[in-house]
Design a protein around this ligand. Structure first.
Ligand code: GLC
Length: 752
């Protein structure tokens, strides 16, 4: 439909029909006869009884194609305006083919594969009738106590930008003709705007207090990258930002998002976030909440009655509010138009369901998941090269994750655990049962843990043996083996939304198991399943190798087996710091130097920025990850030592694989702005290259540092570079600098 016709359509709508387009409900409102609906979900949500559900604009989390066809057909028959419903869902890192959780994907530093994963998720969504997915989540996070680390791209702004761009392009496609979303693609919704990843004390939904400088420098660029990639929707965050709830924050959503970031798509609230303006103490009642949210530019009310019950009051007699309503409705209609719903409300679904073929869980999709998982796993320790294992070794696979299929993470709403290849299955694809014993070894969680999980309690594994029996079996198996592969981790229900932890560590029963096994004098390879960096300091001393598996998705077991036996050389690099202790949190690589840096040469000098009971350094730093091979870098050429703003410093290095395994290395380029009008971080990631090298192979790798990489937000929030000296560090992690040099950015008056 062309724009003129769309506007005409808008102008034909009554106030109630316009408001209806801004309402998002769940599917239960459309099941059963009207009496059932009115006395059931409608009453429960508090919708006025005269609310006409056939004015509703969109449906949340209905993902069954036949049901979607039935709902859309019924809706179009009964709605007066005949505007099709939008179907939106949380498909964050895979539909049925589940990829590694986003924090793991960010550790791959392979954004072509991240984009491909998103493209596969979109394809599977398209084939099941979903129009919009609430992904990418790009909330930068520096605090592993927060449960939603698992769905974040981690602590670094550049990686957040790369992740945001890759996922949006994967979901929507590139260069949309006139904004139209092509077949096999759906619409992306970037979230949560803004800075939801910085809650005080890492406690879920807690307040966020950030300087405008920190907000702009570190937290906003990820969302900006998603919008520049064309994201059709943005979702508001639950949190207050500097005292004002994001969902009612006019400065954030109109000045920053719409004007500065030039976003003209749909802004949807997070679940019930408009109504929560009352609980925040920001709106005195529902009418005020509706007015504040509309003034703040929120177009769609996800799953509350506030817009439905109150917007008519807010708008009556107020031309400005009516104008805001029309703008919001127009954006929703435009989204539906971009998805082609006016031409085909089913986007081809009726034909698709008739076909027996589907791309869901196809071999290609599973191969893509396997490949990305293999690149997302991070080798954190490998003492005495205990890894890779040889297939002739007798291995004791022990732990609650030895044959656990619940490794998809909290946001795999369509993932089937039965589709998952668990670790035992993966290993048995490579070695025979004679060389592999398998046992549980311990409970996954303490027995009293159930009460902390409310509605998830019934999903927790039921432990059928006593802890002592499990331990004795583990010891027997271990004593008969050459190497112990210990598969431990936090429950997926200890991670994700509502999963904040004050002590992000392995559960107590598993620590006891690890301790007992460490007394046997056997080599131990620890595999960690988690949705966040856990505190592994004590654990690391008791094992010979550590593999960070995250929640690896459908193909997890096969990917881990390939890595354990050296079929694949691990290449993941941490996208988030692993602290040594909770007391260090937040600890991240791009910190400021302070006026009293804790310099090694000062030893334990008291009056420096340090602790008296812990070192400053993390256990494993940002950008860190080991390989089965080794790499050497040498600096070949640096184009110039002085740079004008319209030039770049071009760098050529050579990287050699000096080990015996082929492998991939992620060469990281960091800069340090030595002095500026605001204090600048000791290091900032500005580029990286992931290269494959055969054993003995050498490649030339080139980087260019240009003025854009040197820009930052100054005192008045102006985004600019400043002349002066810069250091360049090139290395295999944020702490492992292998090459460094400095150059000067010249002042304009020095440009001869
Ligand atoms: C949840 C999450 C959000 C999700 C939405 C819809 O509470 O905060 O990420 O997309 O509700 O399920």
């Amino acid at each position: 439909m062309d724009n003129k016709t769309l506007l005409e359509k808008l102008n034909t709508l009554s106030i109630e029909e316009k408001i209806g387009q801004l309402i998002q409900l769940t599917g239960d409102f459309f099941e059963g006869d009207m009496d059932t609906v009115v006395t059931g979900p409608l009453k429960k949500l508090g919708l006025n009884t005269d609310y006409n559900i056939y004015n509703t604009g969109s449906i949340l989390n209905i993902t069954n194609p036949e049901k979607i066809i039935r709902l859309q057909t019924d809706y179009l028959e009964k709605s007066a305006h005949k505007i099709p419903l939008l179907f939106m869902a949380d498909i964050i890192y895979g539909y049925r083919t589940i990829f590694p959780i986003p924090i793991a994907q960010a550790c791959s530093w392979n954004y072509e594969e991240v984009e491909n994963a998103a493209s596969i998720a979109a394809r599977e969504c398209y084939e099941e009738g979903i129009h919009v997915t609430f992904s990418p989540m790009v909330d930068l996070v520096r605090d592993p106590r927060w449960g939603r680390v698992m769905e974040s791209p981690g602590e670094d702004t550049l990686l957040a930008q790369k992740y945001a761009q890759s996922v949006v392009l994967g979901i929507q496609g590139n260069n949309l003709e006139g904004g139209a979303v092509p077949a096999h693609k759906i619409a992306a919704c970037v979230k949560h705007f803004a800075a939801y990843g910085a809650p005080v004390a890492g406690r879920e939904y807690n307040a966020v207090d950030l300087s405008e400088h920190a907000l702009r420098e570190y937290y906003l660029p990820g969302y900006q990258a998603a919008i520049e990639a064309g994201a059709k929707l943005v979702m508001t965050a639950f949190n207050t930002l500097n005292g004002i709830p994001a969902t009612g924050n006019e400065w954030l959503n109109r000045n920053v998002l719409r004007q500065e970031m030039n976003f003209d798509g749909v802004l949807i609230s997070d679940y019930a976030a408009i109504e929560e303006l009352i609980m925040h103490g920001y709106a005195e009642d529902e009418t005020s909440a509706a007015r504040l949210a509309l003034l703040a530019g929120v177009d769609v009310d996800m799953k509350t009655a506030v817009y439905a019950n109150q917007l008519k009051n807010v708008i009556t007699g107020n031309d400005y509010m009516l104008e805001l309503l029309n703008e919001a409705v127009y954006r929703v209609l435009k989204l539906k138009n971009d998805l082609g719903l006016f031409e085909d409300p089913f986007r081809g679904l009726q034909e698709i369901v008739k076909r027996s073929t589907s791309s869901i869980l196809s071999d290609d999709h599973k191969q893509a998941a396997l490949s990305l998982t293999e690149e997302s796993v991070v080798l954190l320790k490998n003492e005495n090269n205990v890894l890779p294992l040889s297939r002739e070794m007798k291995i004791a696979l022990i732990g609650p994750y030895a044959e656990e299929n619940s490794t998809l993470g909290m946001w795999a709403i369509k993932g089937e655990e039965t589709d998952t290849i668990n670790l035992k299955t993966g290993l048995l694809q490579l070695v025979g049962p004679d060389n592999l014993s398998v046992c549980r070894g311990s409970y996954l969680l303490p027995v009293d843990a159930r009460k902390t999980f409310d509605k998830y309690a019934d999903k927790l594994a039921v432990e059928t043996s006593s802890e002592e029996d499990l331990l004795q079996e583990a010891i027997r198996n271990a004593n008969e083996a050459e190497v112990i592969v210990l598969a431990l981790g936090e429950s997926i229900y200890q991670s994700g939304e509502g999963g904040s932890r004050t002590n992000p560590a392995l559960p107590e029963p598993q620590l006891r198991l690890l301790h007992e096994l460490s007394l046997l004098g056997k080599r131990i390879v620890l595999i960690v399943y988690s949705g966040r960096p856990l505190i592994l300091t004590d654990v690391a001393e008791k094992v010979d190798a550590i593999i960070q598996a995250w929640y690896p998705g459908t193909m997890g077991g096969e990917a881990l087996a390939n890595i354990l036996y050296g079929e694949v050389n691990p290449s993941g690099k941490l996208a988030m710091t692993f602290p040594r202790s909770v007391g260090q949190i937040p600890v991240y690589y791009n910190e400021l130097n302070t006026g009293r840096p804790n310099l090694k040469e000062n030893g334990s000098y008291r009056f420096a920025s340090r602790y008296i009971d812990e070192v400053n350094e993390p256990l494993y730093p940002f950008g860190y990850g080991l390989s089965y091979t080794s790499f050497e870098y040498s600096l070949l050429t640096v184009s110039q030592k002085e740079m004008k703003t319209n030039e770049s410093v071009d760098i050529r290095i050579s990287v050699s694989n000096t080990g015996t395994y082929a492998g991939k290395e992620t060469i990281q380029l960091y800069i340090r702005d030595k002095f500026a009008s605001v204090a600048r971080p000791v290091k900032e990631l500005k580029d990286f290259k992931k290269v494959f090298l055969h054993s003995g192979e050498t490649k030339i790798v080139e980087f260019s540092v240009d003025e854009d990489m040197l820009k930052f937000y100054g005192r008045e929030m102006e985004y600019k570079s400043e002349p002066g000296e810069f250091e360049v560090y090139i290395g295999s992690s944020s702490q492992e600098t292998l090459l460094s040099f400095s150059f000067t950015l010249l002042r304009e008056d020095q440009h001869e």
